[in-house]
Design a protein around this ligand. Structure first.
Ligand code: PRP
Length: 218
């Protein structure tokens, strides 16, 4: 039997991923939240999930270590999407990528003066492309989390980060000043797996399309 391996991460989109997978008949037999196992079989014969860091999901799928993966568009943009088929917007994990500053910070004035702006972010590629397209000179500072702290400690003038409820910004007296793009989770597929395992992959894609439509209609 052809096996299928799906790469997932326990990050931001995980809570919404499990119900979507359940709707297409994929239910991990151990709870990935509590289990220390990294390869978890599912109730569907021949289908397993592997639990990796969000930023590693595209890599596992690109190299065929996993046939499919579920990953935020934010992560996918940083990866570049090379060697990945991206057939579906899963419409979960919705949030937006935004530029944020301390409340009252005069970003417009800084830009008018042509001053270089220090931008702290996990999303350096996206941030670089965004500011370059606007013709704004920036110094990018790569961080791996808690971006909100950077303007508070004087590490950066602005951050580029995901905003969902806006609670984290609010709690740290920051405000979103520009929206960069909407973000949601995507299904990614290894192109070779799509061809060689089409009998298994295609029905899963079809079932996901139906589950997404049903969710939208709720
Ligand atoms: C994201 C993002 C913000 C927060 C925004 O972090 O980096 O910190 O969520 O959510 P809110 O608008 O609902 O407050 P995440 O929890 O994904 O962890 P991270 O810091 O590892 O990126």
């Amino acid at each position: 039997m052809l096996t299928l391996t799906l790469a997932l991460s326990k990050g931001r989109i995980f809570d919404e991923t499990l119900p979507l997978l359940a709707a297409v008949g994929i239910v991990p037999i151990d709870n990935p939240e509590t289990s220390r196992k990294l390869i978890i079989e599912t109730g569907q014969a021949g289908t397993s999930v592997v639990i990796v860091r969000a930023a590693d999901v595209p890599t596992y799928v690109q190299y065929g270590a996993a046939d499919l993966g579920i990953v935020g568009k934010d992560v996918l943009l940083e990866h570049g999407g090379e060697g990945l088929y991206q057939p579906l917007d899963l419409e979960i994990g919705r949030c937006r990528m935004a530029v944020a500053t301390r409340r009252g910070f005069d970003l417009a004035g800084m830009m008018q003066r042509g001053a270089r702006i220090r931008v702290a972010t996990k999303y350096v590629k996206t941030a670089r492309e965004y500011f370059a397209a606007k013709g704004i000179h920036v110094d990018l500072i790569k961080l791996y989390g808690s971006m909100e702290l950077a303007p508070l400690c004087g590490l950066a003038d602005v951050i580029v980060d995901l905003v969902s409820t806006g609670n984290t910004l609010k709690a740290n007296d920051l405000v979103a000043v520009e929206d960069i793009m909407p973000i949601s989770a995507r299904l990614i597929v290894n192109p070779a797996a799509l061809k060689l395992k089409r009998v298994r992959v295609q029905p899963l894609l079809d079932a996901l399309v139906r589950a997404i439509a049903a969710r939208r209609a709720q």
